[in-house]
Write a protein that binds this ligand. Structure first.
Ligand SMILES: Cc1ncc(COP(=O)(O)O)c(C=O)c1O
Length: 383
């Protein structure tokens, strides 16, 4: 019997006991040898996770939205033109941040459930000159995964001076993001999704080119979010600017060690395998997948209900069975539910979830023979 509910919302994701133990370790001084070891250790681990030799990570108390703000404010000059690629809710959030700081932006968006097409990006870059381009790797509202590597190639061809910002909040540590080889300038992410750490850390990794851009900017509209105030701390944790989230960093150190122990290729492949097993299992139970087949993300699924199953009742009953999923956002609210399958999720977790989903469907009058869905997903998970 589980002590607590299985968290299958698209972040926070289930937290491995090793990470929870690290979080519960004593709070030490932020200038202590322990913090020096664990903060610089996390920085080195993050460089490996986003595949950069010279990139500079920043780990700052806050959430993914702060990481978005830090990325935009530290590389966008007032005179710059910013192109925002959006495939849903969090692309729109990038627009809101740009508007909040009066940045000069243009929006290129796709319908929900799809992504901005390569030729749409290419023709936009041919039409206008941009200094900064942002994209969302996985939009957590739509479950759509953008072809970041291809976007980076097109930007290199059509706008080589433009800096590329990738919102990896629902991807970093679960899907490949190669900062150096793909030519990404900022990967932004947060602790609570594919890294599997409780919420509380904003993480940005700046390429050498992005750092040079920041150093050239006379000033930025930020104090706490100004990376040049944090750089001395990231380079030498014995330095002080503002008190880092000590226990969160202890947990993040453990989590990034765990990612590298599993191995990036194996971890990315596991996310793919779990995602396709879960989607096949759900289809076998009469659910449908909202996101277009061409851009399915491996870190979450957005799922339509079988005929006659009500959203609120389903999620409530499923919660009673010990599994927590999220509702739809924006236009999809009430029509779909969102199931996160990222981070350190285990096979046992997924099987437990399917058992609960079947019992929930049955209790709501759905056509289901108990065990079928569990067997479908179990057989696919062991492959
Ligand atoms: C793609 C994406 N970007 C940004 C955010 C914002 O992160 P936070 O909720 O930690 O502020 C989220 C949160 O779900 C997200 O999924």
């Amino acid at each position: 019997m589980r002590d607590n509910k299985l968290l299958l919302i698209p972040g926070p994701s289930p937290v491995d006991s090793r990470i929870l133990e690290a979080l519960a370790r004593p709070t030490v001084s932020h200038l202590s040898p322990e913090m020096e070891k664990e903060l610089s250790g996390t920085i080195e681990n993050l460089k490996k996770i986003v595949m950069t030799r010279e990139g500079q990570p920043f780990i700052i108390a806050g959430a993914g939205t702060l990481a978005m703000e830090i990325a935009l404010l530290n590389i966008t000059a007032e005179s710059d033109r910013l192109l925002i690629l959006s495939q849903g809710y969090f692309g729109q959030r990038m627009v809101e941040i740009a508007e909040a700081f009066g940045l000069n932006y243009r929006l290129l968006e796709s319908p929900w459930g799809r992504v901005v097409k390569l030729d749409e990006l290419r023709s936009e870059l041919k039409k206008h000159k941009y200094q900064v381009v942002t994209c969302t790797h996985v939009d957590t509202a739509t479950g759509s995964c953008a072809p970041v590597k291809r976007y980076a190639e097109i930007i290199k061809q059509e706008a080589p001076e433009a800096l590329l910002v990738v919102d990896g909040v629902c991807a970093t540590g679960g899907i490949e993001e190669n900062l150096d080889d793909w030519g990404i300038d900022v990967v932004l992410t947060a602790a609570q999704k594919c890294l599997g750490v409780p919420p509380g850390l904003a993480i940005d990794v700046f390429s050498r080119r992005a750092m040079e851009k920041r150093k050239k900017l006379p000033k930025v509209k930020a104090y706490y979010s100004d990376i040049l105030r944090w750089l001395p701390v990231m380079e030498n944790p014995k330095k002080y600017f503002s008190t880092p989230a000590v226990n969160e960093i202890r947990a993040c150190y453990e989590a990034t060690c765990l990612v590298l122990e599993e191995g990036l290729e194996k971890r990315f492949e596991r996310h793919e395998r779990y995602a396709s097993a879960i989607r096949s299992g759900l289809r076998s139970l009469g659910f449908s997948i909202y996101t277009d087949e061409t851009c399915l993300a491996s870190t979450l699924s957005v799922i339509g209900y079988p005929e006659g199953i009500d959203d609120q009742s389903f999620r409530k009953k499923l919660d009673d069975h010990g599994v927590v999923v999220a509702g739809g956002l924006g236009p999809t609210a009430g029509q779909v539910f969102r199931l996160g399958h990222m981070g350190n999720l285990t096979r046992e977790d997924i099987i437990f979830a399917f058992d609960a989903i079947e019992k929930t469907l049955l209790s709501l009058g759905g056509e289901v023979s108990l065990g079928d869905g569990v067997e479908t997903v179990r057989s696919l998970l062991i492959r």
